[in-house]
Design a protein around this ligand. Structure first.
Ligand SMILES: [Zn+2]
Length: 305
């Protein structure tokens, strides 16, 4: 009994400490964001046709594109990173509430992305900075750290941008969200070679082949919940967009478990984009990477809606 209570006190202390650490990291993320993210609200994957992934326009030259992209070179909180030295702790579950939406797939030359429709209320208020109202019942959202984030778009990279012990997965999915203060949270999912993925197939079938093209299909709907693994445990760190202007203050939540797509599907995606679309990993500097501690939690499996 004595041993038990001592152990529980120790566990409770560790939990409290971990919680405090998580809060601290989130506070740092939010402060960094307030300092570094003026009006850059988009995923950083649109509107910059002067950059690319090769030669003079490649990632090593993004910082020279202009003053708005200087963080690509000078930033101290850049993404992607290698996920190796992590601090294991108790992390709150990310609460996903994704809805069906019609296909609206864009080929912007850098990737293929599905742009999520906003509810009329969100749309009408969105341009007025700081006044966006997010509606749970109409929009795809996540709740993280007691804050509601609206899904803006999702897109894919090949190979993966984040690495685990310097190992790339064949692909990585980025689900880009923002809250009503326009703070950005990206949920990333690794994609490994395995079973054929019917959802990804439908996405590929709707992919425009030419740069600048958009494919709309109101007869088919898409629900990105289908692209999440069963277990939703994750890594958490503060980073940036992985494309110019490399704005910082982005909350990154990278799920541990990859999803499977077939070798043929990876090939199909590569052929559609026509090139690798990956930024090299960036130095961690003094940042922390937190990781769900499996010893402390068994509640990370969320039910699919
Ligand atoms: Zn991305």
């Amino acid at each position: 009994m004595e041993t038990f209570s001592l152990q529980s006190t120790a566990i409770a202390d560790t939990l409290l400490l971990n919680r405090a650490l998580t809060r601290m990291v989130i506070r740092i993320i939010v402060i960094t964001l307030a300092l570094s993210l003026p009006a850059c609200l988009h995923a950083g994957e649109t509107g910059h046709s002067t950059w690319g992934y090769d030669g003079d326009h490649g990632p090593l030259h993004w910082g020279k594109l202009g003053p708005e992209s200087s963080l690509c070179e000078k930033g101290m909180n850049q993404s992607p990173i290698d996920l190796l030295r992590t601090r294991k702790t108790t992390l709150d579950d990310i609460q996903f509430s994704y809805r069906d939406a019609p296909f609206h797939v864009v080929n912007n030359g850098h990737t293929l992305q599905e742009v999520e429709p906003l509810s009329e209320t969100a749309k009408s208020r969105y341009p007025k900075h700081g006044q966006t109202v997010l509606h749970f019942d109409k929009d795809s959202t996540i709740v993280f750290d007691e804050d509601l984030y609206l899904l803006e778009q999702f897109h894919f990279h090949t190979p993966s941008e984040h690495t685990v012990d310097h190992k790339h997965y064949p692909m990585e999915l980025h689900l880009v969200h923002h809250n009503e203060r326009h703070e950005v949270a990206v949920v990333a999912v690794f994609m490994e070679e395995g079973k054929h993925n019917p959802f990804f197939e439908t996405f590929l079938e709707h992919a425009p082949t030419k740069v600048g093209e958009v494919m709309d299909d109101h007869n088919h709907s898409v629900n990105p919940i289908t692209l999440l693994p069963e277990r939703r445990s994750y890594y958490l760190y503060s980073g940036s967009f992985t494309t110019p202007p490399c704005s910082e203050g982005v909350i990154w939540m990278i799920l541990h478990d990859p999803i499977e797509v077939s070798a043929e599907q990876i090939q199909k995606f590569r052929a559609l984009v026509g090139h690798d679309n990956v930024r090299p990993t960036q130095p961690l500097h003094k940042r922390f990477v937190l990781e769900t501690n499996f010893a402390n939690t068994n509640t990370t499996t969320a039910t699919k809606k």
